[in-house]
Write a protein that binds this ligand. Structure first.
Ligand code: SAH
Ligand code: MG
Length: 209
């Protein structure tokens, strides 16, 4: 993100240092956390639509979930993580910031979690295994409130989705799935999607009225 603009977004001085530490941890340990510009965009959206309930698929170390609830004090996030190490790290970080009331981490595979144990959400943030995006969407879209939005991160995957040459087999296969997902969103008759060139690409999907 543009460093000039960045300075204005660092208002939350108390936790600013903590979030910087999480960023450093993520970088060292190759945890793919959200890009700053997409984060700021989502923090704005959460406040604009006055979101109260959010579902996140893919917690990792809790960086995004903690950033969301720090930007909106009456927001509650249910977030699903299947990797035990990540789950533990996230649990630790939520405690460090004392956000247990706002962030509920569900340990499990998002494709296996029982939908009926969840709520209805103003925002659903899809950010787990990229090859499964369509499955996550189909499974969780029914939990979206009428005026809610579904956000999907990494829809350009470092630019690889539009330029698929010179990629390893595994990456190409994943990138093809993201591409299919982007087209899939575009074919849905009941939803409109806005594809935003922010961070690693962010899709904003809403129900047609
Ligand atoms: N949202 C985080 C980053 C998430 S990275 C942030 O921006 O800070 C993606 C995470 O999704 C990884 O930790 C991975 O373990 C988890 N994940 C992948 N597939 C999953 C699944 N099917 N169910 C639950 N978690 C999953
Ligand atoms: Mg992401």
């Amino acid at each position: 993100m543009n460093t000039y603009l960045e300075q204005f977004n660092n208002k939350n001085e108390i936790s600013h240092e903590f979030f910087e530490q999480l960023r450093t941890y993520a970088e060292i340990n190759n945890v793919p956390i959200i890009k700053r510009d997409s984060l700021v965009l989502i923090q704005g959206l959460l406040n604009i639509i006055d979101a109260k309930e959010m579902l996140e698929i893919g917690t990792a170390i809790g960086y995004s979930a903690l950033s969301f609830v720090s930007a909106k004090k009456d927001l509650h996030v249910d977030t699903i993580e299947r990797n035990e190490l990540m789950y533990q790290e996230a649990t630790k970080n939520v405690k460090m910031l004392n956000k247990q009331e706002q962030v509920n981490i569900i340990y499990g595979d998002a494709l296996e979690v029982d939908n009926n144990s969840l709520k209805k959400y103003d925002v659903i943030f899809i950010d787990a295994a990229k090859a499964q995006y369509q499955k996550f969407f189909d499974k969780y879209a029914p939990l979206l409130k009428d005026n809610g939005i579904i956000l999907t991160d990494n829809i350009i995957f470092h630019g690889c989705v539009s330029d698929q040459e010179n990629l390893s087999k595994n990456v190409r296969s994943m990138v093809k799935k993201i591409d299919m997902y982007n087209h899939y969103l575009n074919t849905l008759e009941d939803y409109t999607t806005y594809y935003i060139d922010s961070g690693d690409g962010l899709a904003v999907t809403m129900r047609k009225k």
